[in-house]
Design a binder for this molecule. Structure first.
Ligand code: TRP
Length: 370
């Protein structure tokens, strides 16, 4: 069995630097290493609708944004199958079969879903004007996510650490399906970014996570001015009032971003007073190094990383119909794979009745009058 890589994102907004260091950058590396049989990256619009049922327009608008973000980061449609979840209806059939293998109690233990429900104000037992109940589709999205993964017999799922409970749940579903019906599905493995700071990049305000709802994001599609403005207002060390004061590096967002983005070569290019980030950190801790100098360096580093992304985005933006066409072709290709897996699953479940000559013969023999 070869290596099959699959991952995706909900189209609820443009992708930001947290997505980039947490997953996108890694995907492009995986793509270019070429150590896989097949690689799929998809736009999870059905999952996005599980908590945006009343706002399909938001999802509709963001499909192209996410596709542009993918392509601009360097995902190459000749190497990676890019597709839209809703265009592969086989996934929903699989979801239905999987949902019989999962208990309500098991779903209730999923810590990511719990946290998301709290954030969205979905309350258990609440069905009145002040409190929103839990949409069934939202509650069960880990099952649908297992179908996304299993349909392609994915072995490797590069995602952030908040997705760990989903992968674990998927593995349980695979084990349960295979034990019940026969060995059809493959247990996937999660692939986390090796650099710890990249697993959960804080927002520009220093809060634990970069997130659209917190308004603390730097988007891949921000222009240089917007990015610069956001970096300049970034949270640093509130105790570092004067340049001479000793400063803290831990919990200082500028340094967290530098940990995530900068390389030694950046110093020769933009800040030749130092040769590596450790030297800058030492100086900052001793005192005598101002926040603005660090921020200017970060702006240079980010501009350098983002320049090729911006250029590719601009080029793709000039031919949006071609981008939809990439997604359409990818969706057709993905659908063929998912359909083959679904057929195998149904064979194992013995519910491909019309292909089942033995079943038909058996029933015929049972009822044929003597
Ligand atoms: N839940 C993922 C997110 O919120 C998106 C997603 C849906 C996904 N299906 C997936 C990721 C399958 C990896 C594999 O970002």
């Amino acid at each position: 069995m070869g290596r099959i890589i699959l991952t995706g994102d909900r189209p609820t907004g443009r992708l930001h630097l947290g997505h980039y260091v947490g997953s996108l950058r890694n995907r492009v590396l995986l793509q270019d290493e070429g150590n896989y049989d097949r690689m799929f990256v998809f736009i999870a619009d059905v999952q996005a609708l599980t908590d945006n049922a009343d706002n399909p327009e938001k999802v509709r608008q963001n499909i192209i944004e996410v596709a542009l973000d993918y392509l601009s980061c360097g995902l190459d449609p000749s190497k990676v199958t890019l597709f839209i979840q809703s265009q592969v209806p086989e996934l929903h059939e699989m979801t239905q079969f999987f949902s019989n293998l999962v208990t309500v109690q098991r779903l209730q233990r999923n810590p990511t879903v719990k946290a998301e429900m709290a954030m969205r104000g979905f309350h258990e037992g609440a069905e009145n004007d002040n409190q929103r109940g839990i949409p069934v589709g939202f509650f069960t999205y880990p099952i649908s996510q297992a179908a996304d993964i299993c349909a392609f017999k994915s072995t490797t799922v590069p995602v952030g650490d908040d997705q760990e409970p989903m992968i674990e749940q998927c593995r349980e579903i695979v084990r349960s399906f295979n034990a019940t019906y026969g060995p059809v599905l493959v247990e996937p493995e999660i692939l986390l970014p090796s650099n710890l700071v990249c697993r959960r990049l804080p927002g520009t305000d220093g809060k634990a996570k970069m997130s659209k709802s917190l308004g603390n994001c730097i988007y891949l599609s921000d222009d240089p001015k917007e990015m610069e403005r956001k970096v300049k207002s970034m949270f640093t060390d509130p105790g570092h009032l004067r340049v001479e004061d000793p400063g803290k590096v831990e919990g200082n967002t500028v340094f967290t971003y530098l940990d995530a983005f900068c390389e030694d070569a950046d110093f020769a290019a933009w800040w030749p007073d130092y040769t590596c980030l450790d030297e800058v950190k030492d100086h900052y801790r001793r005192g005598g190094l101002g926040d603005m100098k660090c921020k200017k360096f970060l702006i240079n580093v980010l501009n350098d990383r983002l320049a090729p992304i911006r250029a590719r985005r601009h080029a793709y933006e000039q031919d949006i119909p071609a981008v939809y066409d990439i997604l359409k072709k990818g969706s057709e290709a993905a659908r063929a794979v998912a359909a083959a897996t679904l057929h195998e699953m149904k064979d194992a479940m013995k519910i491909n009745y019309f292909d089942d000559a033995a079943l038909i013969a058996e029933q015929a023999a049972k009822y044929r009058s003597l």
